[in-house]
Design a protein around this ligand. Structure first.
Ligand SMILES: Nc1ncnc2c1ncn2[C@@H]1O[C@H](COP(=O)(O)OP(=O)(O)OP(=O)(O)O)[C@@H](O)[C@H]1O
Ligand SMILES: [Mg+2]
Length: 309
């Protein structure tokens, strides 16, 4: 039990003078859904590529599915399904040809049967001769996932798999991800969506190459230590300015029809919110700790860390 599928330490990678992955440690147990979050350019894709042996780290190392990430990339590749951020499909091949091509690449046994079964699972058997490039975004992403799964990988690497996909298709995609995880497939997924982050068992938040925090997704917000009040009133703009004018170290973000005002200084936060709400005739209530506020907080505090060696 508790088999560790990805186990790496001290992963560091520079492109030119920039350290894009900085002393990164990770452990992912079998069957877990592990999420990478972080702003654009923070090193998520680079880290994924290093962990499966597609890119070599400058220092640090480890294992993926028990194979050395620096020396055994060929062995790793056979057992991994990788849905890349940009082109996972051949747009000018048909749906069937895409599946068949990948099945050949992995020398899948009973290839024809397997491809046919995948088409039927997908509900695309009737349209198998259609070009992949003609599919809608949601269908493309389902087909891309099916091609990643054709060789029954033990580990799935999904790099922003649902970018630009509508909420219903995203939900169905995640149902499938959870089903696979329950079957023992390990999943490493990068995303910018908070509703997806909460579906991960564990999360690492990365900014400027550094992992700022990691842990079970339902504990990250508490780990950051922020408290948040939701403040609502007739004039949100005036409320926002009043909070800013205090000069206190507050994080203020608009969420729907209210303001979320957060701080790690709970005493100050409570007093300030009370004072301003009274002054402006606004209402306030304590909010459950949220991931989004925690990430904004981490991001704001991390800017100074960006370094050029
Ligand atoms: N082959 C390369 N050569 C030089 N710089 C690179 C290369 N690949 C990535 N970078 C740089 O490394 C940094 C990290 O990029 P990476 O693609 O890993 O970030 P990311 O977190 O995946 O971003 P996004 O959320 O936009 O996908 C960026 O500044 C990027 O420009
Ligand atoms: Mg990326």
């Amino acid at each position: 039990m508790n088999e560790i599928v990805i186990d790496a330490k001290g992963i560091t990678k520079k492109f030119g003078d920039f350290t894009v992955v900085d002393d990164f440690d990770i452990q992912v147990p079998k069957g877990a859904i592990y999420g990478f979050l972080g702003p654009n350019g923070s090193g998520k894709t680079t880290t994924i590529r290093i962990l499966c042996g597609l890119l070599t780290a400058d220092s640090g190392g480890g294992t993926c599915l028990g194979h050395d990430i620096a020396k055994e990339s060929e062995l790793i590749k056979r057992e991994v399904g990788y849905m890349t951020q940009k082109f996972s499909l051949y747009q000018d091949l048909t749906i069937r040809e895409n599946l068949d091509f990948v099945a050949r690449m992995f020398r899948v046994k009973n290839r024809r049967k397997r491809v046919q079964a995948a088409l039927e699972d997908l509900g695309l058997a009737d349209r198998s001769h259609q070009l992949a490039g003609e599919l809608s975004g949601g269908w493309k992403q389902r087909l891309a996932l099916a091609t990643c799964l054709i060789h029954d990988p033990k580990l799935l690497l999904l790099d922003e798999p649902t970018a630009g996909v509508d909420p219903k298709a995203r939900r169905e995609f995640w149902d499938e991800i959870r089903r696979l995880a329950a079957e023992g497939v390990t999943i490493l997924v990068s995303t910018h969506y908070m509703d997806e982050a909460v579906q991960c068992d564990s999360i690492a938040y990365i900014a400027y190459g550094k992992k700022l925090i990691d842990g079970p997704s339902n504990r990250i917000a508490q780990q950051v230590g922020l408290k948040t009040y939701r403040v609502t009133g007739a004039n949100l703009r005036a409320l926002e300015l009043a909070f800013k004018d205090t000069g206190e170290d507050l994080q203020i973000a608009r969420f729907g029809t209210g303001l979320h005002v957060s701080s790690t200084d709970h005493q100050m936060l409570k007093q300030t919110v009370k004072d301003i709400a009274t002054d402006q005739g606004a209402k306030f209530e304590l909010q459950p700790a949220g991931l989004e506020e925690a990430f904004i907080y981490l991001m704001t505090g991390s800017k100074d860390n960006f370094r050029k060696d």
